[in-house]
Design a protein around this ligand. Structure first.
Ligand code: CTP
Ligand code: CA
Length: 231
């Protein structure tokens, strides 16, 4: 009952969270993708809604099962497939947002041409798929941010050691001009598809804003604490 009477610390805050991973079509039956399940981003949306925010979750290929876990009256879901669709949705949805969190794993490249018909082995030879670079969505959002709006990026890294992890992350934060960067160490067994996560948080200007580990919901709570401190 207390939760119904006490407004959360994000009451009335307009939040847009992207989550999941883009899929770049090769032909009608194949795509280039990545292993992001969308669970960390979905947990961020759920945590923000529980704390009173008005949330738009831009879902890039998140399964119905994961989305069902985070249904909430204050979460509106917008579904996208490719990086180009994600870019368009984020530009549109973030125009009135107070906080934009870019947790989606975006394909860095897409096939230069999408085959209208399924590629087959009949022609012989191993096909080469020419790639072109996708736009950096979070960098574009950060460069267009309205005054008072916070833009939060993520970085999934597979570093050789901890100091390399943070040095790379700080360069990435500076390059993209995001206010906060959530740094995720990932590997074959870590980060993806798992219920647990561990992150470092870089605050404005690369300042150490702490770290968090545990369930993706617990990590989401720590990330919103850091965002609330930076606002
Ligand atoms: N991102 C984006 N648009 C892209 C690629 C990445 O908005 N085309 C965002 C991701 O959603 C994430 C942040 O940028 O919030 C960092 O993504 P990451 O893949 O770690 O960064 P890249 O700049 O693509 O660098 P890398 O070469 O390490 O992949
Ligand atoms: Ca990338």
């Amino acid at each position: 009952a207390q939760a119904l009477l006490t407004p959360g610390d994000l009451a009335g805050v307009r939040v847009v969270v992207s989550a999941g991973g883009t899929r770049e079509p090769i032909d009608p039956v194949r795509f280039l993708g990545n292993r992001s399940s969308g669970r960390q981003g979905a947990a961020l949306a759920a945590e923000a809604a529980a704390r009173g925010a008005e949330v738009t979750l831009v879902s890039a290929n998140i399964s119905g099962e994961v989305l069902a876990e985070v249904r909430h009256p204050s979460i509106r879901v917008v579904s996208v497939g490719t990086a180009a669709e994600l870019s368009e949705a984020m530009t549109h949805e973030s125009s009135l947002a107070d906080v934009v969190v870019m947790a989606a794993a975006v394909a860095d490249y897409r096939p230069a041409a999408v085959s209208e018909r399924k590629l087959t082995k009949e022609g012989g030879g191993i096909p080469a798929i020419e790639l072109v670079e996708n736009e950096d969505i979070v960098a574009a959002l950060a460069s267009q941010r309205r005054s008072g709006q916070l833009v939060v990026g993520f970085a999934a890294e597979t570093p050789e050691d901890a100091s390399e992890l943070l040095a790379r992350a700080r360069r990435k934060q500076h390059r993209k001009r995001v206010d906060l960067l959530i740094v995720n160490e990932v590997g074959w067994e870590r980060g993806f598809e798992s219920p647990e996560n561990a992150v470092h948080i870089l605050g404005p200007n690369g300042a150490d804003a702490g770290s968090a580990s545990g369930s993706k919901r617990a990590v989401a709570a720590a990330i919103w604490d850091a965002i609330a401190r930076a606002r």
